[in-house]
Design a protein around this ligand. Structure first.
Ligand code: FE2
Length: 370
C-alpha cells in the first residue's frame, strides 16, 4: 500500500434536480460577466442551457454563449474562444456539456488572463499563474472533468493530449441527472465505460491511494449495476443519477492518480480511427489487464474490484455492446502510435512491463476484421 499520499479535490460539488437554478447565487459570488462554453446542440436540447440562462438572469449577470466547441476541442477553437472571452471582459467561465466543453472552458479560463500564451503553452504549467474561475456543469456521465485539473485538447496535427494544472480545477461542479436523460444509447455507453476505465485505471495505477481506491470501487459497483439497466430503461432518472455520481467519483479518482497506458493507447484510436474516447479505453482494458496479470496478477485482481476476473469483465463488455465496434489496425499504424505512447507519462503509472512489441501486439489484437 502506498503510505505517502494526498487526496485533493478543491471543487465544491452540488448535486440534485434543478441545482443550477436553485443555487444560482454561486454564479453571483464569482463574477458579473459570464462566458458560457458549450457545444453546438446538446445543451439546447437537454434543458441545461435554459436553466443556466435563467439562473444568470435571476442574478442580474451579463453573459455570452460560445457554442462552437466540437468533440475533441482543437487548439484553434480554445484560442478563438479565449479571444472572445477577453473582449467581453468576462470574469467567470462556465463549461456546460460533456468533457469537450468542460475541457475547453478550462483552457479558455487560463488563456483569457494570459494573452501572450498559445494553447500549446498550456502544457507547461510554469507558463501561467492565473486563470478565471470555472464552474462545470456536466450533461454526460463519463469524463469526470467537472472535478479534475485536466483538459484534453487536440493539437494542430490532430493529436489528442491532456494538460494538467491546479488552476484548471473547477471552483464548483453542478450535477443534475435530468440533463443526462436525453443521451443516446451510444453516448450513454461510451461515456459510462470511460468512467469505468477511470475507476479501473485509478485502482491499477502505481499512483493509487487508499481513498481514491474506495471511490473507484464504489464507482465500479454503480456502473456495473446501473449501465445494463439504463440501456434498457434510458428514462430512469435514478439510474442516470447513479451513473452521474459514479462518473464524478471516478473523476475524483483520476484527479489523484492520473490515467494509465489504457488512455495513452486509446487517444490514437480516437484521433485516427474515429472511435469514441470511452470505447477506445474499453476495448483496451481487457488486453492491458491480461498483460499486467502475467507479472503482477495481484494488481489486476485489485483493479477488477467487484468483477471476479478478466473473463467476467469481458462478458460484461460483450453484454453492453463494447465489442460491437469495428476496427482495422495495420502494423504500420500500430508502430507509429506506439512511438508516441512510449513517450507518454502514462506508461510510468502502469504496473507490469510493456515492450514496444507488446504494445504493437495489443493494438493488432483489437483488429475486428481479420
Ligand atoms: Fe477518459
Amino acid at each position: 500500500m502506498n503510505l505517502n499520499w494526498k487526496f485533493w479535490v478543491p471543487t465544491c460539488v452540488h448535486v440534485g434536480r434543478k441545482v443550477v437554478t436553485r443555487k444560482s447565487g454561486i454564479f453571483q459570488g464569482l463574477g458579473r460577466r459570464v462566458f458560457i462554453v458549450t457545444g453546438r446542440r446538446s445543451s439546447k436540447e437537454n434543458g441545461s442551457l435554459d436553466d443556466l440562462m435563467d439562473a444568470l438572469q435571476e442574478q442580474g449577470l451579463r453573459f455570452i454563449i460560445f457554442d462552437e466547441v466540437e468533440e475533441n476541442p482543437s487548439f484553434t477553437t480554445v484560442e478563438r474562444a479565449a479571444q472572445i472571452c477577453r473582449e467581453f471582459g468576462a470574469d467567470l467561465v462556465v463549461g456546460l456539456g460533456g468533457g469537450s466543453p468542460m475541457d475547453a472552458a478550462k483552457a479558455v479560463a487560463i488563456l483569457t488572463l494570459n494573452p501572450q500564451l498559445s494553447a500549446e503553452d498550456l502544457y507547461d504549467s510554469s507558463n501561467y499563474t492565473t486563470a478565471l474561475p470555472v464552474v462545470a456543469i456536466p450533461t454526460t456521465a463519463g469524463t469526470g472533468s467537472e472535478v479534475t485539473q485536466y483538459s484534453v485538447l487536440t493539437n494542430h496535427e490532430g493529436q489528442k493530449g491532456g494538460f494538467s494544472s491546479v488552476l484548471a480545477f473547477p471552483k464548483h461542479a453542478m450535477l443534475d441527472p435530468r440533463y443526462t436523460l436525453k443521451m443516446s444509447r451510444d453516448l450513454t455507453l461510451s461515456t459510462s465505460v470511460d468512467a469505468l476505465s477511470h475507476a479501473f485505471e485509478g485502482l491499477l495505477a502505481n499512483t493509487s491511494t487508499p481513498l481514491s481506491d474506495t471511490l473507484a470501487r464504489d464507482a465500479i459497483d454503480k456502473i456495473k449495476s446501473a449501465l445494463p439497466k439504463v440501456l434498457e430503461s434510458p428514462d430512469d432518472i435514478q439510474l442516470r443519477f447513479e451513473l452521474l455520481l459514479a462518473s464524478t467519483e471516478a473523476g475524483m479518482v483520476i484527479a489523484q492518480t492520473g490515467t494509465t497506458l489504457v488512455h495513452a493507447m486509446g487517444y490514437p484510436l480516437t484521433t485516427f480511427k474515429g472511435l469514441k474516447h470511452g470505447m477506445a479505453n474499453a476495448i483496451l482494458m481487457v488486453p492491458v489487464f491480461e498483460h499486467v496479470a502475467k507479472t503482477e496478477p495481484e494488481r489486476v485482481r485489485k483493479a477488477l474490484a467487484s468483477f471476479k476476473d478478466v473473463e467476467e469483465l469481458h462478458r460484461f463488455f460483450d453484454e453492453v455492446g463494447v465489442h460491437d465496434v469495428h476496427l482495422s489496425v495495420s502494423e504500420k499504424e500500430a508502430r507509429e502510435w506506439v512511438q508516441r505512447v512510449t513517450k507518454s507519462r502514462h506508461i510510468r503509472k502502469t504496473p507490469g512491463f510493456f515492450t514496444e512489441a507488446d504494445l504493437v501486439r495489443i493494438y493488432l489484437s483489437l483488429e475486428t476484421t481479420r
